[in-house]
Ligand binder design. Structure first.
Ligand code: URA
Length: 430
């Protein structure tokens, strides 16, 4: 078999048998197929797409490239949760602890910030002393004893994705349904949980542009999960506006703690509860996450998890030395807040990494003061920038001012959860 032959087949719109996909992936992993041939194939996939059978073969080959975690030492149904990435998306810090407080076992492997989207590992690491590097024994023990652990993926899990993702990132081949679906689901399958709740985001701050493409991606991922014997449910959620009131690592941990204490943004709490309820449903646990929120047991579970991972929450979360307001350029009702622009402003401040070797600034970020639907006046604060220097804070103000779109008319916050996808199909929210 020749790489050239395989690449040409996809270029011409053909379908690969599973062996061709394995040949390409294994050859690439072993250094026999160079980056330029793999990149040519990835671009052909972006343009031509893949059949369901091809996506399944790619996912299986990716899983086989590394180890699969054995979670059989944890009793009960283990439920994982994954978001395709957003701005201000701290749902993992709220929904899974609520589900764990209801009795669901939650072994979760998370990622770092990617492009303008935030990463759960970076958020958790803003807690002094906390580690996300748990070896498999410690990870499994913590899920057994505490009910929840959120850790970094070890290099042994789906090594093919690490290589492919880095190549996709620099060859404009990220936004492809089969490539995203196989990347996410290979990692979820290798992470070993029995069931998976996916939060598939669309809109300005997400990788999927619209609800239809998010439903397609959700459907592919659900079928891949179910095909691998994992019960899988996906929620399709809007990411046009940042989620909740903060964007930034320590800021989002604090917002999650506040939300778990009953002082959360309505939309954020709603999404976290929907996720937690799906996790309970998959685990066949009858308790209601709403009760775990009201009683504070979800917050206790989250604190227990932080402490088990070495977090010294009593030392307080890091705070940026500079706080500067972003004044509104006009009067009106906030119609939208461009999540991409807010995410990019966060990236400038150090919430994520512009280059691989960059360090994140755990205290940096943006606190939203004027939410969608609020009425603002000229000069009123739209947000507060938290930064390590005044110069840096001032540099993002014009971008943030332009992110707020005002309307002369009253505005209602748009619905957030738009659809639910399971093996039987798509159900749209009313
Ligand atoms: N997240 C992933 O893990 N993979 C993708 O391809 C996109 C988002």
């Amino acid at each position: 078999m020749q790489a050239l032959e395989v690449i040409s087949r996809k270029r011409d719109g053909g379908e690969h048998p599973a062996e061709e996909i394995e040949f390409l992936l294994n050859g690439y992993l072993r250094g026999l197929i160079p980056d330029y041939q793999m990149a040519a194939w990835l671009m052909a996939v972006c343009i031509r797409g893949m059949t369901r059978a091809e996506t399944l073969a790619l996912t299986q080959a990716m899983v086989k490239s590394g180890e699969v975690l054995d979670l059989s030492g944890i009793p009960g149904v283990k439920v994982d949760k994954h978001s395709t990435g957003g701005v201000g998306d701290k749902v993992t810090l709220i929904g899974p602890p609520l589900a764990a407080a209801c009795g669901v076992k939650v072994p979760k492997l998370s990622g770092r910030a990617l492009a303008h989207t935030g990463g759960t590992l970076d958020k958790l690491e803003s807690v002094p002393g906390l580690t996300v590097d748990l070896d498999p024994d410690r990870f499994i023990r913590q899920v057994r004893e505490v009910g929840i652990a959120v850790a970094a993926q070890s290099p042994q899990i789906v090594p093919a994705d690490k290589l492919l993702y880095a190549l996709r990132d620099v060859t404009a081949t990220v936004p492809s349904v089969p490539l995203i679906a196989s990347s996410v689901m290979s990692k979820k399958i290798a992470a070993g949980a029995d069931a998976i709740v996916l939060d598939v985001k669309f809109g300005r701050g997400a990788f999927m542009p619209d609800v239809a493409s998010a439903e397609d991606l959700a459907t592919e991922m659900v079928l891949l999960g179910e095909g691998a014997g994992r019960r899988t449910v996906a929620l399709v959620t809007a990411m046009d506006n940042p989620l909740g009131r903060t964007v930034g690592n320590a800021l989002e941990v604090q917002e999650a703690l506040d939300a778990l204490a009953g002082m959360g943004d309505e939309e954020l709490v709603q999404v976290a509860l929907v996720v937690a309820r799906e996790m309970c449903w998959l685990a066949e646990v009858e308790a209601d996450p709403g009760d775990a929120l009201r009683s504070g047991s979800g917050r206790n579970k989250f604190l227990q998890m932080l402490i088990a991972q070495g977090g010294k929450i009593e030392m307080g979360l890091p705070r940026a030395p500079v706080h500067i307001e972003v004044p509104s350029l006009g009067d009106g009702h906030v119609q939208s807040i461009d999540a991409l622009e807010v995410g990019l402003a966060g990236l400038e401040l150090g919430v994520g990494r512009k280059k691989k070797q960059d360090q994140v600034d755990p205290a940096a970020g943006i606190v939203i003061e004027a939410q969608v639907g609020d009425r603002v006046q000229l000069g009123q604060s739209l947000a507060v920038v938290h930064a390590r220097s005044e110069e840096l804070a001032r540099s993002v103000i014009p971008r943030l001012q332009n992110a707020w779109k005002l309307s002369a008319n009253e505005v209602k916050r748009p619905p957030h959860v738009l659809a639910r996808v399971d093996k039987d199909g798509v159900t749209r929210a009313d």
